[in-house]
Ligand binder design. Structure first.
Ligand SMILES: [Zn+2]
Length: 333
């Protein structure tokens, strides 16, 4: 066990012992037969004995009953020992400054990301060489000597959408790290150097697995800026007023065509909390708006062939073509 952990730094350990059913039944039988209900149970006694032996080898280890650094499972029958170095969790908010990177690792479509990759992905196994997950996770993984990372974001933006403002909350799960304590501002610096011009962080804090669900289930209003072109602008002032009339409206959105292969078909009601700014430049319009969580913004503009209603297209009476979209702010409380 200590051989396996020779390079791993840890301070707490938990033992789990699996005993065969017959042995536990036999213990109960003996216990009731001799009226020794109060005596020390087999499992507890075994764990205690192991603790005692380990303390002789390593005085620093603290034995805990929950959230250990290292979980050890002992099979009472085969005496097989499994050592599991528990993951560590970091919370932060990222800004994505590029319109060319997905949030999480995206396996190559041609080879489905098999080890060694293929010709079309140049051996990387990835469809996109960069992802927010790896731009943030890889420098941290290397620095902490970990095996891999999982990335848990509070929702995600499309590949071609930037995420600005104070950034999108996420939890990075770092698997089997050799090091569990580290200067976090140094990790932030490493990430910002590695992600330069693509991804950046302000800070990182230690968190626990509980935060993963919290981040994943949280639903926040967001402010967006979207730029689009219009086939027939008409009168500029009327166009502006038409768009501003969407402020406060509840819109109805069917599952967009572009995601219908992976999302169930249903109609959602979403509220456009406010339309804050509309500016016109030639036949292009830029608008800033705040919407309820889960609103499809590109569809709100071009209407997705009428699947979103009302839409910018419907109130203007002209085809609209999205040029770009930015998440300006995610309003967590
Ligand atoms: Zn490939």
């Amino acid at each position: 066990m200590f051989e396996t952990l020779s390079e791993t730094k840890f301070s707490t350990m938990q033992f789990g012992i699996h005993l065969p059913k017959e042995l536990v039944q036999e213990e109960d039988r003996v216990r009731s037969k001799y009226g020794s209900q109060g005596s020390y149970p087999l499992k507890g006694a075994l764990v205690e004995a192991i603790h005692h032996r380990i303390s002789k080898i390593n005085k620093e280890v603290e034995f805990v009953k929950e959230r250990p650094d290292v979980m050890v499972l002992v099979d009472g029958l085969t005496l097989r020992v499994d050592v599991d170095v528990r993951p560590i969790f970091l919370y932060g908010r990222y800004r994505k400054l590029s319109r060319e990177i997905p949030q999480t690792r995206w396996p190559c479509r041609a080879c489905r990301g098999r080890a060694g990759g293929c010709e079309s992905c140049k051996g990387t196994g990835l469809q996109y060489p960069d992802s927010v997950q790896d731009l943030i996770g890889e420098p941290i993984r290397k620095e902490l000597g970990a095996e891999d990372t999982s990335f848990h974001g509070m929702g995600r933006e499309d590949i071609d959408v930037r995420c600005l403002g104070s950034g999108r909350p996420f939890v990075l799960e770092v698997k089997r790290p050799l090091v569990r304590e580290y200067q976090l501002d140094h990790l932030v610096r490493l990430v910002n150097e590695n992600g330069s011009g693509k991804v950046e962080l302000d800070d990182l804090i230690w968190t626990s697995k509980k935060k993963v669900n919290e981040v994943k289930q949280s639903r926040s209003e967001k402010t967006y800026t979207i730029r689009f072109s219009v086939d027939d602008l008409g009168d500029e002032e009327e166009a502006k007023q038409a768009i501003l009339s969407l402020s406060g409206k509840v819109i109805s959105q069917e599952t967009p065509k572009r995601v219908s292969h992976r999302r169930a078909a249903k109609t959602r009601k979403r509220r456009v909390s406010s339309v804050n700014k509309v500016s016109v430049e030639g036949n292009e319009i830029e608008m800033t708006l705040r919407c309820e969580a889960g609103t499809y913004i590109k569809e709100l503009v071009h209407s997705d062939e009428g699947r979103t209603s009302p839409s910018v297209k419907s109130v203007m009476g002209s085809e609209c073509h999205v040029i770009w979209l930015d998440v300006e702010e995610i309003h967590t409380d």
